[in-house]
Design a protein around this ligand. Structure first.
Ligand SMILES: O=C(O)CCC(=O)C(=O)O
Ligand SMILES: [Fe+2]
Length: 531
């Protein structure tokens, strides 16, 4: 599989959009110099401007940090003829990236599919109102157990407004259906019907199919089929019947109605609850999703501020103490440090890592390394000797933690940029014996995680600990520290943690894992074995 893509690291989309806006500027210039350009180039420029330029809105990055804006960009470019961009580049001399690249790499069909999955995931976990979502607005719903909406919270800026049309929403519904996420598919198909209805009202021609040929009948059948998959035959029936009304001669629809009627009768009057199917492979999935949902709904600093102290325990920290906020006193000890790194340093780390970024791996129970949507991000490793900035930062982590951070007592920095709806589901950072894969960078056991937040995240992307009910917001330039191993040398299962899906933003972090090697004597035993 491909080692990177446009939906697995938001920074790639940011770069792509910068390149495009530069390119379009130059083409415009070219045109105003009275040179004519090819018709397809003109169309490309118009399309770009219609999608990206919003009067009074100059935050270019926001377009791709917003999941609907990003989806639109990926879709537009995955359908753009690469030849057009190649020609435009030759015409203007604008380069993509640092070097002149022969073929401009554009988002693919797979990128579009992953962008759709991101929207499905975000809508699901953050309970986003569908209709608002199609208008590019993120509105969180709170539902009571009986299904009534009790609270709504709008969480996005008003400008710019991106939108999804019926063609988009039915495509996303199909992606959900193919992933067997039927409950999600129903939502996307329902909003598609809604959009088609709205379109019919403004459409004077009485054509039930829209420009793309998508008709109401198709969507009604999809709804019926999806509800059938959910064994909701009673609920499927009205959709099949509506479809039949629009095409009374259609034998396929007729038989669907008959079959649904038969199944509904068999089922009797019991209405099955349409509950979300937890696939069981994600530990603490419900707690995780709840914590993530609340982290955005509340959008406030850490819930438990036990104490905040200035760490001056070491002379190196005396002049510039790291502000230390204790989030969990022990078992495991968890602290948030503020202003560990400067804006300039963070920018430098991001830039250095960019060249190294590759799709993030996950390690199975049996030590197999693979890619999965339980971890949507790209990672790049930075050795201490990369530059002075990195070695200085590594030493600083050593001062703060009181542990040795020099190889082989610690791993290199693992820098991460999350993708669209990027997340990392609950996991522990330590490796069990069965998982010990050969890794040159990991000559020991992980005893402590030091996680630096290298960017602001506008919405979402908190770090959460599902077993101890703790939310840690991604505080730029701050660092989260926790123990993966008890002082006695045993694993600390309560260190299980996760990265919540990024709703809006480009989330960057850097992990420094400190190993037992060479830190044995700096890791005195606690007073009790479980400490
Ligand atoms: O991004 C986060 O908040 C958590 C990341 C994490 O747990 C990891 O990279 O191991
Ligand atoms: Fe982790």
């Amino acid at each position: 599989s491909k080692q990177h893509g446009f939906s697995t690291a938001v920074v790639r989309l940011e770069n792509l959009l910068l390149f495009e806006s530069n390119l379009v500027d130059k083409i415009r210039q070219h045109m105003s110099d009275a040179d004519s350009v090819r018709e397809d180039i003109k169309r490309y420029v118009d399309d770009f401007e219609a999608n990206i330029l919003h009067p009074g809105f100059d935050d270019l990055a926001y377009h791709v940090q917003h999941p609907v804006g990003a989806y639109r960009l990926v879709k537009r470019l995955s359908q753009t003829d690469p030849g057009v961009l190649t020609h435009a580049r030759l015409l203007t001399g604008v380069v993509y990236g640092d070097a002149v690249i022969k073929t401009t790499e554009l988002p693919t069909e797979e990128d579009l599919r992953m962008s759709a999955l991101a929207l499905i995931r975000l809508q699901d976990i953050y309970h986003l109102d569908m209709r608002s979502l199609t208008q590019g607005q993120l509105v969180m719903l709170a539902r009571q157990s009986d299904g009534t909406v009790v609270k709504q919270k709008r969480i996005t800026r008003e400008e710019p407004a991106f939108s999804l049309d019926a063609e988009d929403t039915v495509y996303i519904g199909d992606i959900a259906y193919n992933e067997e996420e039927y409950l999600n598919a129903v939502l996307w198909y329902l909003v598609t019907l809604d959009l088609l209805r709205g379109r019919e009202q403004v459409d004077i021609t009485d054509d039930p199919a829209d420009d793309s040929g998508l008709g109401r009948v198709d969507v009604l059948i999809k709804l019926g089929d999806t509800l059938t998959k959910l064994r909701q035959h009673q609920r499927a029936l009205p959709f099949y019947r509506d479809a039949l009304r629009m095409g009374p001669e259609n034998q396929v629809i007729k038989s669907k109605v008959v079959e649904a009627e038969r199944q509904a009768t068999l089922q009797g009057n019991v209405t099955l609850k349409m509950a979300k199917l937890l696939k069981g492979s994600i530990p603490y999935q419900e707690d995780y999703e709840n914590l993530c949902y609340h982290s955005v709904l509340r959008n406030q600093p850490p819930s438990s501020r036990l104490s905040c102290t200035y760490d001056r325990t070491r002379p190196e920290l005396y002049l510039s103490p790291a502000r230390r906020e204790v989030l969990h006193e022990k078992n495991p000890e968890i602290a948030l440090y503020h202003d560990v790194i400067s804006d300039e340093e963070a920018a430098m780390v991001r830039a250095l890592a960019f060249e190294e970024l590759e799709r993030s791996p996950v390690v199975s129970k049996h030590g197999k390394v693979f890619h999965s949507d339980v971890r949507v991000s790209e990672t790049g490793w930075l050795h201490d000797n990369t530059t002075d900035v990195i070695s200085k930062l590594s030493r600083r982590v050593g001062y703060i933690t009181g542990l040795n951070t020099e190889y082989p007592s610690a791993e290199s920095f693992q820098v991460v940029n999350y993708g669209l709806g990027g997340l990392y589901v609950p996991h522990v950072d330590y490796f069990e014996e069965t998982q010990l894969v050969k890794h040159v960078n990991r000559p020991g056991k992980r005893i402590l995680t030091f996680l630096l937040y290298l960017s602001e995240v506008e919405l979402g992307g908190a770090t959460v600990f599902p077993q101890i009910n703790l939310i840690v917001p991604a505080v730029k330039n701050g660092a989260l520290m926790f123990r993966d191993m008890k002082r006695s040398g045993e694993f600390e299962p309560l260190s299980m943690h996760a990265g919540c899906p990024v709703l809006i933003g480009s989330k960057w972090i850097a992990n420094k894992w400190i190993l037992d090697r060479g830190n044995e004597f700096k890791r005195p035993c606690g007073l009790t074995p479980d400490e």
